[in-house]
Design a binder for this molecule. Structure first.
Ligand SMILES: Cc1ncc(COP(=O)(O)O)c(C=O)c1O
Length: 382
């Protein structure tokens, strides 16, 4: 009766079962996977909740988004307003790009390890994901030779996450240039998920991708969810870049897709200019939190090098079973972390922590975690 677009087992895994059990028993939990900024003790200006506008009572269907909202996004990114398409989230932006670029069974290339939602977003659109490796050598680099070998006649696009979740690595200038060359040579589009772009750590200065990607057809994804810590507002956007003619062709088709759904609510569009303005206050707090938690983590363990984003990676000593470790950590210490397999690491033996948790809980959680590590966070090479 059902389509093959939802092929996953719906049974909870061992970690999900252990978590349910903990919650049922009302036992305290230190959640070091927290990625919901609205639950992490930040101060949100009250005005954000009160942003309504009489104009929100009028429905003006606009596939690209209302002009005032697009202008605010254009100003935020320093791009022309015609280049901005509003969506209801970055996840929806992905689904629009899959509809724009791929037929059933076509393929896009995505980084590995990365963000678990990729697989879901693509499969729901009947698109296949092929992965290219990110390799850790004291810092992360993209294995672009491997990526090139993975290109097939069905490949339609290369996706990068900049900085990537959970590796925290930005795309370097030389990588972006080579990606643009590959896209031109093989007629592929390039899409860059930049939702964490503003969260550089340790004063790392990321190269702006739009300037270095050359003249490939480029889509950059961002939104209120991470930029302003407002996932509940449901507003994202795609910035279009690249050679004029290709861009116009893409724009016309994207308009049809967006017009079919008209999914961005009118109230959030009217509020967008002010939300972007006020959002800088939340962003500042998030940045400080991430840096403080990372600094502290380094005093307790040896996380892998991270350039930006909300996450840190610890390598477990070889011989430790990653899945058993996270379940035991939850059951015995009440600390929840993500096992590396969720992010499709090449080999087992990693855990991923969110740097967003409140400092006291973060320190307590990491202290308990350390108790269970034979050699705290020692960076066992993969
Ligand atoms: C790399 C990355 N892109 C996109 C998203 C989703 O963003 P949105 O809430 O706008 O759909 C996430 C959420 O965690 C993410 O980690």
């Amino acid at each position: 009766m059902f389509s093959g677009r939802v092929p996953w087992s719906l049974e909870p895994n061992e970690l999900a079962r252990a978590l349910e059990e903990k919650r049922r028993n009302g036992a305290g939990l230190i959640d070091l996977t927290e990625s919901n900024p609205t639950r992490a003790g930040f101060h949100y200006p009250r005005e954000m909740a009160a942003l309504t506008d009489e104009q929100a009572l009028v429905y003006e269907p606009a596939p690209w988004g209302l002009p005032r909202a697009r202008e605010a996004v254009a100003a935020e990114h320093g791009v022309a307003v015609e280049r901005v398409l509003l969506t209801s989230s970055s996840s929806e932006s992905y689904s629009f790009l899959f509809k724009l670029l791929c037929d059933q069974g076509d393929q896009v290339l995505a980084p590995r390890p990365s963000y678990p939602l990729f697989e879901f977003l693509a499969t729901l659109e009947s698109v296949k994901i092929a992965t290219y490796p990110l390799v850790y050598e004291g810092g992360w680099r993209m294995d672009l030779d491997n990526l090139e070998r993975s290109i097939t006649p069905r490949t339609r696009a290369i996706f990068v996450v900049n900085p990537n979740n959970p590796t925290g690595s930005y795309v370097k200038s030389s990588e972006a240039q080579r990606l643009a060359q590959l896209c031109r040579r093989h007629d592929l589009a390039l899409a860059s998920d930049e939702v964490f772009f503003d969260y550089a750590l340790d004063d790392f200065v990321p190269p702006p991708f739009s300037e270095i990607a050359g003249d490939a057809l480029l889509f950059r994804l961002n939104g209120l969810s991470k930029k302003c810590g407002l996932p509940q507002m449901k507003a994202g956007w795609i910035l279009l870049d690249g050679p004029e003619q290709l861009r116009q062709q893409a724009a016309g088709r994207l308009e049809v897709i967006a017009d079919t759904f008209l999914s961005v609510s009118t109230p959030v569009q009217h509020a967008l200019p002010r939300l972007l303005e006020l959002g800088s206050q939340v962003r500042r707090q998030i940045r400080q939190r991430l840096q403080a938690n990372l600094d502290w983590l380094r005093t307790a363990a040896q996380p892998w090098r991270v350039e930006g984003g909300w996450y840190a990676i610890l390598a477990l000593d070889s011989g430790i079973d990653e899945s058993a470790f996270v379940v035991e950590l939850l059951e015995r210490e009440g600390v929840l972390v993500h096992p590396g397999f969720l992010y499709d690491f090449d080999t087992p033996g990693y855990i991923v922590l969110s740097l967003l948790a409140e400092p006291e809980a973060f320190r307590d959680g990491v202290t308990r975690l350390r108790r269970r590590l034979p050699r705290p966070g020692a960076p066992g090479a993969p």
